[in-house]
Design a protein around this ligand. Sequence first.
Ligand code: ZN
Length: 290
Amino acid sequence: MVKDLKELVQWHPEIASLESIGKSVDGRELYALKLGTGKEEVLVNASHHAREHMTTNVVMEMADQYAHLYKTNGRMNGYSVQSILKKTSIYFVPMVNPDGVSLVQLGAKSAKNKAAVIKINGGKTNFSAWKANVRGVDLNRQYPATWSTICCNPGKPSPQNYKGPKALSEPEAKAMYDFTLKHSFKASAAYHSSGQIIFWHFHQSGARKTRDYTIAKKISNKTGYSLVAPRSNPSGGGYTDWFIQNEKKPGLTIEISPYVGNRPVPIIYFSSIWKQNNTIGILLANETIK
Ligand SMILES: [Zn+2]
C-alpha cells in the first residue's frame, strides 16, 4: 500500500499529495492521500478494524481510478471526475490501523511485542478474527461521542470491542481526531466490513437529519446496501458517531460485502464490491458543490 501511494503521487503530482498524519503504536506511518485541487474537502477512511482490510483495497482503487480519470478527463458513471476534483479535494486515509492489518495478514511476527499479542489473542497464533490495534484496543470505540456509555466493553485488551482506558488513548484514533479537527470536511465515509449496510445517524434531527438522510439514500441507491434505521440510543465511540456529533456534517459508516462473520472478506467478493462502491468518493465530493 505504501509503495502504491508513493507511486500514485509520482504519477499524478498535479492533483495528488501524500502526508503522514501520525504513527501507529508500533511506529508505522498513518498516511493521508489528498486528491484534488478544490477547496471543499471530504474524507474517506478505511481499515479502522484489522480484519476488514479489504476496505483499504476499495479506497486505494478509488484513488487510482479517480486520478487516472482526472488526467484523461474521463467520466465514471456520469461523473466528470476532473471538474469535481477541481472544486473539491478528497482525503483518503486508506489504513487507519496498519499494525492490526499486519497482524491479521502476517501474524504475531509483524508485531513489536509478539508475546503480548498472542496473550491478548487467548494464546492463539491465528489472528484472522482480530479487529483491534496492536494493543488490543478497538479503534472504532475510541472517539469522544458518548464514549463513557459504550456497550459490551470487555474491560481489558481484546481482539475486538475493548474501548481502551480512555477516549483517544490510542495514537491511531488520536491522529484521525487531530487530522479531522485541522480540516473542515463537509462529509466523511468510514469503510468497514461486513453486512452491506450503512450507518448514517447519530442523534441528529431536523434539517440536519433530512440533509444527511438524503446523502445516505444516494449512497444506498448506488451500493444497494440498506440504511440502518436511526436508534434513540446508539452505542457511540465510532469515528462516524463523533464526526456527526462534532462536525455536524454528514458521516457514513459503509459496511461492504455480504455478511462473512468474524473474518476478512474473501477476495472473490472484490469485483462486485468495487462495482457497488466505485463512485462513492466522487459522489460524496460532488455533494459538497452547491
Ligand atoms: Zn469495522
